[in-house]
Design a protein around this ligand. Structure first.
Ligand SMILES: [Zn+2]
Ligand SMILES: [Zn+2]
Length: 346
């Protein structure tokens, strides 16, 4: 099979590899669509993210969907020919966090395209069968692949304990911010306010469910929030931009007794937060790391057709063009949102 291998930073090579064999309780999947994620781009450019360092050649890509071509021994709930989406993290199932349900915190997780584990920019992958979810006939492979980043939005909304009819502010309208807007809409949020500095992204935000948008180039977030919420503040504010300014606006925007959720990774490990406001307004501040138990829920929510997350796809490429995709996403941030790669052709 063909695979795109990152041999060293900025060096992707098309290789011929053996098609893997599914073992017990595993399935072999022909990969149909894979989203290009910010983390893939970071590994490509810098060869590492924090403590995760690319020390040997690696296949990137973890937002994937495909068709089952072979089921290994002991697989009962899946069969050849099924269209599926893939949850990319294989957790241990035994540790404290796996046992209490917050398996996203498992320290023994094997996550696709996180060193040393290979990802899905290749024609076939083998996955543990409990991480493979059949999708309805009417769901596209693109939407199925995007369930991975959508899951982050869904988890953010659930960490914020967003209730029907509530007001939510989302800072940063990159792919994760847009997914969070979509998740908030599908959760029944009443007012969804999107913030960014690119008008093109704010337009996309409206397609994903934002009822109000604020461009920070021309407007003050603080003033607009007071106007939109009649000085009450928002029930939930979610930061996906990874910027100190957005963190500041997040805390200022939350109503008394409201919730603040931090998803965006800032370049610095430490950022100042206004502790007096957190105390005085008794704000619950929460972090988000990946997600847990989101796939069945995501399939159900996205099947409603109320939001079409595929609309954030701006570019699509064959496997051979992977390097072009990576380079464009680095050099043309204004015009690109989500890119799709099709390992078995479009
Ligand atoms: Zn991702
Ligand atoms: Zn575990």
């Amino acid at each position: 099979m063909r695979a795109i291998v990152l041999e060293e930073p900025k060096k992707l090579v098309l290789k011929q590899l053996e098609i893997p064999e599914p073992g017990e309780n595993e399935v072999l999947i022909q990969v149909k669509a894979v989203g290009l994620c910010g983390s893939d781009i970071h590994y490509y450019e810098h060869g590492k993210i924090g403590d995760f360092i690319v020390e040997k050649p690696i296949i990137l890509g973890h937002e994937a969907s495909g068709e089952i071509v072979k089921a290994g021994k002991g697989v009962v709930h899946l069969q050849q020919g099924q269209r599926v989406t893939i949850e990319p993290g294989a957790t241990c199932g035994k540790c404290e966090h796996c046992q209490n349900g917050r398996y996203n915190l498992c320290e023994k997780v094997e996550f696709l395209a996180t060193p040393p584990y290979d990802g899905a920019f290749c024609e076939y992958v083998v996955m543990r069968s409990d991480l493979v979810f059949p999708i309805p006939d009417q769901m596209s492979y693109e939407t199925a692949a995007l369930i991975e980043p959508f899951s982050v939005g869904l988890h953010a909304v659930s960490r914020g304990n967003l209730q029907e009819g509530e007001t939510v502010l989302i800072l940063g309208m990159g792919p994760i911010g847009l997914m969070t807007a979509a998740a908030a809409k599908l959760h029944g949020a009443g007012v969804i306010i999107g913030v960014d500095l690119e008008d093109s992204r704010l337009e996309k935000a409206k397609e994903m469910g934002a009822t109000h948008v604020i461009n920070i180039r021309t407007d003050s977030v603080d003033d607009k929030i007071m106007e939109y919420t009649k000085r009450r503040g928002v029930d939930v504010a979610i930061e996906t931009a990874g910027s100190p300014a957005a963190l500041k606006s997040m805390i200022a925007a939350v109503r008394r007794g409201g919730r603040a959720v931090i998803v965006g990774m800032s370049p610095e490990d430490e950022s100042p937060l206004n502790i007096a406001q957190i105390i005085n307004k008794e704000i619950d501040v929460k972090g988000v790391f990946r997600y847990h138990h989101t796939y069945p829920k995501a399939i159900e929510l996205l099947s409603s057709g109320k939001v079409n997350i595929e609309r954030m796809i701006t570019d699509s490429y064959e496997l051979e063009q992977a390097e072009e995709a990576f380079e464009k996403s680095i050099h043309d941030k204004q015009n690109t949102l989500k890119m799709m790669i099709y390992p078995n052709g479009r």
